[in-house]
Design a protein around this ligand. Structure first.
Ligand code: UTP
Length: 286
């Protein structure tokens, strides 16, 4: 299976940082966000990845390219560990880039990858969503795809007050954590929300999605919304949702970025103790 990683959005919620740097390159401790996403695809068994980029996103391509000068210097210094780490990034997978000339929405971003995907079912991983899980989230939904042979959307329960920030599904539960979708609503108000199951940035999509995107008119913010295209797809094919196991962070959101840095740092031996001491000290001064 191939994967599409849309990374061409403007990232306006993370301004001013994103004025001239992609949010997908925000560091999570010492690694850019999009590297976690690419690693999730690779750890799910996907080796052919299309990243959708746009203006100002060239640093993403450079990150996954060979850094010849850096490698030469590390070689001269005989710094084998760093050299290996840097090399590994450029060898991680076969990565292709397509450009979305205008950020016309997530649906449109996926559409520009159509030629590369051909007529196959593919995975979508949003470039600014990181999912920390024992089994990669994409792998989890690929397994559900194998069983149902239809499009699958990764979902998680959110607090009722937060439904306004997400795409929410109306559904019926079929099996433990597997739902048949009846309808999708983008950012509903609390009383309009048909459930508290929110779409979380990982999808398996059949190629019929492309003709649905073609028929999708610009919706909220004048963007071609994936949610609208999925509702068209629902008229032709079944779509299922899977409540995956793992923790999701939306890097478009500044607080989520702070949270993932702290939570992942607490899992690293080199920072754990120092960070705990700092947190305790700050809390005692409050
Ligand atoms: P978001 O809606 O979170 O990204 O899209 P955004 O539009 O960049 O964010 P804000 O709201 O302005 O802060 C989810 C993913 O889809 C990509 C984004 O790069 C992000 O990884 N995307 C979004 C595109 O590739 N193209 C678009 O036109 C819109």
């Amino acid at each position: 299976m191939k994967a599409v990683i849309p990374a061409a959005g403007l990232g306006t919620r993370f301004l001013p940082m994103t004025k001239n740097s992609p949010k997908e390159m925000l560091p999570i401790i010492d690694k850019p966000a999009i590297q976690y996403v690419v690693e999730e695809a690779v750890n799910s068994g996907i080796n052919d990845i299309v990243i959708v980029t746009g203006r100002g996103k060239e640093v993403i391509e450079n990150h996954f390219d060979i850094a010849y000068e850096l490698e030469k210097i590390l070689e001269e210094r005989n710094d084998k560990e760093k050299l290996e780490e840097v090399r590994k990034i450029s060898e991680i997978a076969e990565i292709f880039y397509v450009r979305q000339k205008m950020p016309l929405g997530l649906g449109h971003a996926i559409y520009v990858a159509k030629k590369h995907i051909d007529n196959e079912t593919f995975a979508v991983l949003l470039g600014d969503d990181i999912i920390v899980a024992e089994e990669p989230c994409t792998k989890q939904i690929m397994k559900i795809y194998e069983k149902y042979n239809a499009s699958i959307i990764a979902v998680q329960e959110v607090e009722r007050k937060d439904v306004t920030k997400y795409g929410i599904i109306e559904c019926e539960e079929l099996d433990d954590g597997v739902y048949k979708i009846k309808n999708l609503v983008e950012k509903p108000s609390m009383h309009e929300a048909p459930s508290n199951l929110a779409v979380m940035g990982r999808y398996i999509l059949t190629p019929s999605i492309f003709e649905c995107i073609e028929k999708t008119k610009p919706g909220k913010n004048n963007e071609i919304q994936l949610t609208d295209a999925l509702n068209l797809l629902l008229k032709k094919e079944d779509i299922y949702a899977y409540k995956f196991k793992g923790k999701r962070y939306d890097l478009g959101d500044k607080f989520d970025w702070l949270r993932i840095n702290i939570e992942l740092a607490l899992q690293r031996e080199e920072f754990k103790q120092k960070l705990m001491e700092l947190i305790r000290k700050i809390a005692s001064e409050e």
